[in-house]
Design a protein around this ligand. Structure first.
Ligand SMILES: Cc1cc2nc3c(=O)[nH]c(=O)nc-3n(C[C@H](O)[C@H](O)[C@H](O)COP(=O)(O)OP(=O)(O)OC[C@H]3O[C@@H](n4cnc5c(N)ncnc54)[C@H](O)[C@@H]3O)c2cc1C
Length: 504
């Protein structure tokens, strides 16, 4: 048994920045189930949105764009916090050594992405997330009060009289039980519940499933963002993202005939919010009866393209595509989760001393569709606020640590194969960009059966089992919510608000 004041499950931007902001008097453990840079944070390309020393912009404008993208379903209080506190956290990242690109005059270069009315995205070429993640890792690894466990899988957690206990499977296969007074879940998204996603392999919704089993409220899990421009090689589960910033810098979308088509669906053309663009691609695929789509930036200066998007350029070249000359094959795929563990503006869940931040949480700032580059911002703003709240509460923390005995399923058989494949197929077929309303009920039934088998069955506790159980739990909540929306009204879940072109 090991005891800590605070345990943070997750070492992405949310987990690390939370750890950094906790008082140096607190003993903190950060746990990552795979290598430290294997997370969605490290994959982020476009940047971090926010008004920081930007006289032509204002938090009000940022808030307006966030509301428009989010279909006005955003939580007003949380969104106000997000946009007004952006300057604190972007400033802090710069202070910690994160390098954001600068222009010739020395000021920061702020790029544009779909849905933003102003240039307000701070970026490190096209690999911003990796720059932020490594900056935070360097910072947190140097803190004397923080321990980081890598390749350590949180398998389950329990509420105790003095806080929480975690069951952790270590890299050598042994189990550790860890107790704490305060717990932060920062385990990221659920992308791996789909056949195709931009998310990293860790995005299996473990934190959401654990919080759900503890009885925490889960909100808007059916609010899933499908990015319109994932590289389409039709082979790999993890689809390489072609950043929104490529459209921000002027790229066109083209159908199988090489024609631009966004004018048929939305006045904002290629710079419409993501959900509008993804839906437009699906509508267009039906109109032209083809799912071949392309992103075209060949009309821009090749040196500019190579300098502005070095990582994307290099990755595409390795796939035989020279983006300075060739159209890039793209198609929508799962990208982001707007819902999650419901939290307030201090990242507090409805379970005492349980916090959630980053992509596994639902602060409500994204409404039903996240504005590009607002998620890294959200991860920072709300993990800092969680840490601040814990720093205060820790002054009156309980004495000692209650212990919890987990069932280790000793002697149990290995989980049979095939559950994850089945879940992914159901999700891809029934709850992709435009949900298959007729299929939702059957999909829900099938997933419910899988949840029952995994919850009630006794299988070896390993990564396959833990992740399959999380995926099944998340798929179940998503389909149940979507099914309820369709059953109670004529609404189709995930439908965006279009700014339709004028009738001729
Ligand atoms: C390709 C791509 C590009 C993106 N581009 C942008 C962008 O430009 N701007 C933007 O704002 N957002 C972007 N996003 C979204 C953004 O990167 C994420 O929403 C954000 O980084 C999530 O941070 P996080 O800390 O919540 O989760 P993550 O960074 O995913 O970290 C999750 C952590 O939890 C750990 N974990 C999970 N389960 C367990 C477990 N059971 N036990 C132990 N540890 C566990 C993982 O090991 C990992 O350390 C992008 C996302 C992707 C996938």
């Amino acid at each position: 048994m090991k005891n800590y004041d605070v345990v943070i499950a997750g070492a992405g931007a949310a987990g690390l920045y939370g750890a950094y902001n906790l008082s140096r008097d607190l003993k903190v453990l950060v746990i990552a189930k795979r290598e430290l840079t294997l997370c969605n944070s490290a994959l982020a390309q476009g940047g971090i949105a926010g008004v920081y020393n930007s006289p032509d912009d204002s938090p009000e404008f940022h808030k307006h764009d966030t509301f428009v993208a989010g279909g006005y379903e955003n939580d007003p209080e949380a969104t106000e916090v997000l946009v007004t506190e952006a300057q604190t956290d972007i400033g802090k990242l710069i202070e910690l050594g994160a390098e954001f690109d600068k222009q010739a005059d020395g000021d920061y270069h702020r790029t544009l992405e779909g849905g933003h009315g102003k240039h307000r995205i701070f970026h490190h070429a096209d690999a911003t997330g990796f720059e932020i993640e490594t900056t935070l890792l360097r910072t947190v690894q140097a803190l004397p009060n923080v321990e980081i466990w890598e390749n350590a899988l949180v398998c389950d957690m329990a509420k105790t009289e003095t806080g929480f206990s975690y069951l952790v499977k270590m890299a050598d296969g042994s189990f550790e039980t860890v107790n704490c007074h305060f717990s932060i879940l920062a385990t990221g998204g659920i992308g791996r519940v789909y056949m195709y996603t931009t998310n990293s392999a860790i995005a299996t919704g473990d934190g959401i499933a654990m919080a759900y089993r503890l009885g925490a409220e889960i909100k808007n899990l059916s609010y899933i963002q499908f990015h319109p421009t994932a590289f389409n090689n039709r082979h790999t589960r993890e689809c390489f993202l072609i950043s929104e910033a490529v459209r921000g810098e002027g790229a066109y979308l083209r159908n199988c005939k090489g024609e631009r088509f966004m004018h048929l669906y939305d006045k904002r053309l290629e710079l419409a919010p993501r959900d509008v663009v993804s839906h437009s691609i699906i509508f267009e695929s039906k109109r032209v009866d083809s799912d071949e789509f392309f992103l075209d930036i060949t009309h821009k200066d090749p040196d500019f393209i190579r300098g502005r998007f070095p990582m994307i350029y290099k990755n595409l070249l390795a796939q035989g595509i020279d983006m300075t000359k060739d159209y890039i094959p793209i198609f929508p795929c799962q990208h982001y989760l707007m819902g999650g563990i419901k939290v307030d503006t201090y990242a507090r869940t409805d379970i005492e001393n349980l916090y959630a931040c980053g992509e596994c949480s639902c602060t409500g700032v994204h409404g039903n569709n996240r504005l590009a580059s607002n998620s890294l911002l959200e991860a920072h703003v709300f993990s800092r606020r969680a840490a601040g709240d814990i720093n205060e509460k820790a002054k009156n923390a309980p004495e000692g640590f209650a212990e919890y005995e987990f069932d280790l399923h000793e002697g149990a058989p290995k989980m049979p194969e095939g559950f994850r494949r089945k879940i992914r197929k159901i999700m891809q077929e029934d709850y992709f960009v435009i949900p298959n309303v007729e299929g939702l009920g059957k999909g829900l039934e099938e997933v419910s059966e899988i949840v029952k088998t995994l919850d009630e069955g006794r299988f070896i506790i390993d990564r396959d089992y833990v992740e399959a159980r999380s995926l099944a739990t998340c798929a179940h909540i998503i389909l149940k919510e979507a099914y309820a929306i369709c059953s109670e009204s004529a609404d189709i879940p995930n439908m965006p608000i279009f700014d339709k072109p004028d009738e001729e």
